[in-house]
Design a protein around this ligand. Structure first.
Ligand SMILES: Cc1ncc(COP(=O)(O)O)c(C=O)c1O
Length: 398
C-alpha cells in the first residue's frame, strides 16, 4: 500500500476539529504521517529511498522530464512534495507541492510570482518579522502593500481591489487567529487570491486548502521537521495554473532545497504526529501553569479556552501548536528568567523537540513589550519542563 491510498477530508486525528468524524477505516494522522509520500514497495529497495545527489540526469534525445537538470526536479523532492501534499490536503490528488530551501524562499516565491506592479496585496501587520522587508521590496517593485492586524479579521477593511490576501494564523509571535473561512469567502467574492502561512500550525494542525485558501505556504524549518537542524519551505496549491508561476519562479531564482535537507525533512515527517501531540499537550500544560503566576501578563495560547483566539482556533485548527507567549514585568526580569532556564535554550525559532525561548524585543522587529517572551515547548517530560520554568520564574524574581 502506498500512502497515496490514504486520506479523506474528514480523517481521524487527535485535535479538536476531528471529534465525531469518520470511523476506524480512515487512517489517522499518525498513520498518514509515517506513510506520507512513500513509493510503492520494491523488493530490496529501502522504504524511503535515500537522497539523490545529482546535478543532471542521463537524458538522451528529447529533453523531457521528469528528471532533466537538478535545478528543475529531483526524485528526493518529488517524494517529499508528495508527502507534504498528502498531509496538507488529504485525498486531493490534484494538489501540487513545491519545496524550497527555506520558508522565506517559499513565501517570496508566491508573492513575487503572483504580484505585478500596480497590484494590491494585503499583508499582516503582526506577522513574521521579515515581512516588513518583503513589504519594502514589493513596494520598490510597484506593488501597493496594505497591512492589517490578524485579530478580529481586520483584513476585511482593506481588502477591496486586492490581488492577494496574505494571512498568518496563528500569528507569530502574538498568537492571534483570524477566521479563515470568512476571510476566504470575502476575498474570493471579489476575485482576491488567498495564501496562508501555515508554519505554526503545521498541516496536522490546520489545512488551509480545505478551508478555502489557494495556497498553503510554510517554513518547514519549524515543527514540520522539528529537530532544529534544517531549513526548508514549501508551497502547496490546488490550482495548476496558479502553481505554474511559482514553479517558474523557483527555476528562475534557483531557490531549490538540497537533496539531503529534503530527505531529512521527509524522514522527520514520520514523527510529526507524535511530536505535535506531545508538544501541543505540554504547551497547554505550561500555559495553564503560567496563567496562575502573578508576574505573568498577556499570556497567549490559542488552545486555552479563555484565550481570545480559542473560539475561532477551535473551529479551524486540529492542534493548537507548541508556542506560548507571555510578558514578564521588565526586560531585565525576562533576561534573568531566560538565563535561569536549564531545559529551555535561549534561542530563536520554534517547533523543535528541544524547548526554546527568547525575548522577542531583542530583534526590534515585533511590536511587543520589552519583557515579552516567546516560548516554544519541546518534547521534554512535561513535569520536568514545568519545574524548570517555575524554578526560573522564582530565581529571576530576585
Ligand atoms: C511564521 C513564519 N513564517 C515564515 C518563516 C520563515 O521561515 P524560514 O526561517 O524557514 O525562512 C518563519 C521563521 O521564523 C516564521 O516564523
Amino acid at each position: 500500500m502506498t500512502s497515496g491510498e490514504f486520506g479523506t477530508a474528514d480523517d481521524r486525528g487527535s485535535g479538536p476539529a476531528q471529534s465525531g468524524s469518520s470511523g476506524p477505516a480512515t487512517p489517522g494522522d499518525g498513520t498518514r504521517a509515517v506513510r506520507a509520500g512513500l513509493p510503492e514497495p520494491l523488493k530490496y529497495e529501502p522504504t524511503l529511498p535515500g537522497p539523490v545527489f545529482a546535478a543532471h540526469f542521463h537524458l538522451p534525445g528529447e529533453p523531457t522530464g521528469p528528471y532533466t537538470y537538478g535545478r528543475d526536479e529531483n526524485p528526493t523532492w518529488t517524494l517529499l512534495e508528495r508527502a507534504i501534499g498528502e498531509l496538507e490536503a488529504p485525498g486531493q490528488e490534484s494538489v501540487e507541492t513545491l519545496s524550497f530551501p527555506s520558508g522565506m524562499a517559499a513565501i517570496s516565491a508566491v508573492l513575487f510570482s503572483q504580484l505585478r506592479a500596480g497590484d494590491i496585496v494585503v499583508l499582516p501587520e503582526d506577522g513574521y518579522q521579515v515581512l516588513p522587508l518583503v513589504r519594502e521590496q514589493l513596494t520598490a517593485f510597484g506593488v501597493e502593500v496594505r497591512t492589517a492586524p490578524t485579530a478580529g479579521d481586520a483584513q476585511l477593511e482593506v481588502l477591496e481591489g486586492a490581488k492577494l490576501l496574505w494571512i498568518e494564523t496563528p500569528s507569530n509571535p502574538g498568537l492571534d487567529v483570524c477566521d479563515l473561512r470568512r476571510l476566504v469567502a470575502a476575498a474570493h467574492a471579489q476575485g482576491t487570491l488567498v495564501a496562508v502561512d501555515n508554519t505554526l500550525a503545521t498541516p496536522l494542525g490546520q489545512r488551509p486548502l480545505e478551508l478555502g485558501a489557494d495556497f498553503s505556504v510554510a517554513s518547514g524549518t519549524k515543527m514540520l521537521t522539528g529537530h532544529g537542524d534544517i531549513l526548508l519551505g514549501y508551497v502547496t496549491g490546488r490550482d495548476a495554473a496558479l502553481m505554474a508561476p511559482v514553479r517558474r519562479w523557483r527555476k528562475v531564482v534557483g531557490a531549490i532545497p538540497g537533496p539531503m535537507e529534503a530527505w531529512l525533512a521527509h524522514r522527520s515527517l514520520a514523527t510529526l504526529q507524535l511530536r505535535a501531540d506531545r508538544q501541543t499537550a505540554t504547551a497547554r500544560t505550561v500555559a495553564e501553569v503560567l496563567r496562575d503566576r502573578p508576574e505573568v501578563t498577556g499570556l497567549r495560547y490559542p488552545g486555552l479556552p479563555d484565550d481570545p483566539s480559542y473560539k475561532i482556533a477551535s473551529q479551524q485548527m486540529r492542534r493548537f501548536g507548541c508556542v506560548v507567549s507571555f510578558t514578564l514585568p521588565s526586560r531585565e526580569r525576562a533576561e534573568r528568567f531566560l538565563d535561569a532556564l536549564r531545559l529551555v535554550d535561549d534561542a530563536t525559532s520554534f517547533g523543535g523537540v528541544r524547548s526554546t525561548a527568547e525575548r522577542r524585543g531583542r530583534w526590534g522587529g515585533d511590536a511587543v513589550p520589552e519583557g515579552f517572551i516567546r516560548l516554544s515547548v519541546g518534547a521534554e517530560d512535561p513535569e520536568d519542563l514545568v519545574a524548570d520554568i517555575l524554578r526560573a520564574l522564582e530565581t529571576s524574581a530576585a
